[in-house]
Design a protein around this ligand. Structure first.
Ligand SMILES: Cc1cc2nc3c(=O)[nH]c(=O)nc-3n(C[C@H](O)[C@H](O)[C@H](O)COP(=O)(O)OP(=O)(O)OC[C@H]3O[C@@H](n4cnc5c(N)ncnc54)[C@H](O)[C@@H]3O)c2cc1C
Length: 375
């Protein structure tokens, strides 16, 4: 089957689906092609934080991008919910990074002070809470004896990532876009007259532009258009408890209570390649960390454990780039695709509609890694 699209987005994880949803809202003919059942999918295995705290200290480009996303999230969420009827369970309550020692508390304070120096009036609303102030914020929680305090980011929050993904998929279709599953892309090549031919299992499409947002599948596809993208998988494991009465009003780094009542406990950072196995060693470490913070959780049953693979770059920041050999073919990937969803559906989709990356995203070109290797 031959069809045409203004933009083909490869990958319907949270990154590709956000971009596709944004493009469809701008009136572009967009086709989003997703891979097969056995693909790795961070979009369905993540923790669901929409998080700004601690990001972009000394890296202004990342701070600006994250702030853009955080600022746009409420409006992005309302529009998506209104269009699809799917409640994303997004709560912008503020979020806590718990300090388990004086040294950790000092580190967080210093990080905030550095950010305040860098930003002045632009400082995002954060504050340090000592133990007493933290206890006042968490009236239903008895904190472990080692908890010193926390840093509190007022604009942080959390969302149900499965609902987010389902809504983005529904939104693409409602906005007139095409979404194809089981459509693994095998070839991306120029048609010789300014377009790009995208071949996938079951058909091919002639595209004005292409965005490769295929998570861990990006490296192989990008190589076809001369882009050498340095990514690796990094495993994260998460524990899930039975549903209990609401007691935790804020998400924390490594713990949050969902609207249904389950407590999610995370996260590991494991360099094990493409291995999605769960391990008892991780369950033991994660449980012990959670109990040090909130000992009362020992009464609560664990019901599930899962592992997902992060799409990780060498410095942990996103990569946005255009191919030199195939102009009009772009790459978009990151390891905070839930947080950045609002920026991908907004600012990034607008730039793809115009066909060029904005100058603000120059710092995210992967040439930054090649330069540092040569130096
Ligand atoms: C344990 C864990 C916790 C995380 N927690 C958070 C968090 O709290 N907050 C946050 O912001 N982020 C978090 N993340 C990151 C977040 O999950 C991802 O950034 C997000 O899901 C976006 O991923 P993606 O769309 O790039 O890739 P994926 O979700 O992996 O999707 C890639 C898609 O590309 C498709 N694909 C691959 N190859 C091809 C091909 N050849 N042709 C067609 N399609 C193809 C696949 O089928 C897949 O659907 C976490 C990740 C993990 C693993």
């Amino acid at each position: 089957m031959d069809t045409e699209a203004d933009v083909v987005v490869i990958g319907a994880g949270t990154v590709g689906a956000s971009i596709g949803y944004g493009l469809a809202g701008l009136g572009r003919r967009v086709a989003v092609l997703d891979g097969g059942d056995r693909d790795f999918r961070a979009a369905v295995a993540n923790f669901g934080l929409v998080w700004e705290q601690g990001k972009g200290v000394d890296v202004p480009g990342y701070r600006i991008l994250t702030r853009e996303a955080i600022t746009c999230w409420p409006e992005f969420c309302s529009a998506l919910q209104d269009e699809t009827g799917i409640d994303l369970h997004y709560d912008r309550t503020g979020g806590l990074m718990i300090s388990m020692s004086e040294a950790e508390f000092e580190r967080s304070s210093r990080m905030q002070a550095r950010l305040r120096d860098q930003l002045g009036e632009e400082m995002p609303p954060w504050e340090m809470l000592d133990r007493a102030a933290l206890e006042a914020k968490l009236p239903k929680v008895k904190l472990g004896k080692d908890v010193i305090g926390a840093s509190f980011g007022h604009d942080d929050g959390h969302v149900n990532p499965l609902r987010l993904l389902a809504a983005l998929h529904a939104g693409i279709v409602k906005r007139g876009g095409v979404l194809r599953g089981g459509a693994t892309v095998t070839s991306i090549r120029s048609n010789g007259t300014g377009g790009t031919l995208v071949e996938y299992a079951g058909g091919r499409i002639l595209a004005g532009r292409v965005v490769i947002a295929a998570g861990l599948g990006t490296k192989a596809l990008a190589a076809q258009v001369g882009l050498d993208i340095p990514i690796r998988a990094q495993r994260g494991q998460i524990l899930v408890t039975e549903r209990i009465e609401p007691f935790l009003p804020f998400p924390m780094s490594g713990m949050r209570q969902t609207r249904e009542g389950s407590v999610l406990i995370g996260l590991t950072h494991e360099e094990v390649g493409l291995d999605t196995a769960t391990t008892t060693a991780a369950a033991a470490v994660l449980s012990a960390n959670a109990l040090r913070r909130i000992p009362g959780l020992r009464e609560v049953k664990l019901v599930r454990q899962w592992a997902g693979l992060r799409v990780m770059t060498p410095d942990g920041h996103p990569i946005y780039a255009e191919s030199d050999s195939h102009p009009g073919v772009f790459v978009a990937l990151c390891h905070s695709g839930i947080t950045l969803a609002a920026a991908h559906a907004g600012m990034f989709a607008r730039s793809m509609a115009e066909g060029r990356l904005p100058a603000a995203l120059d710092v995210f070109h992967h040439r930054r890694f090649h330069v540092s290797q040569a130096a």
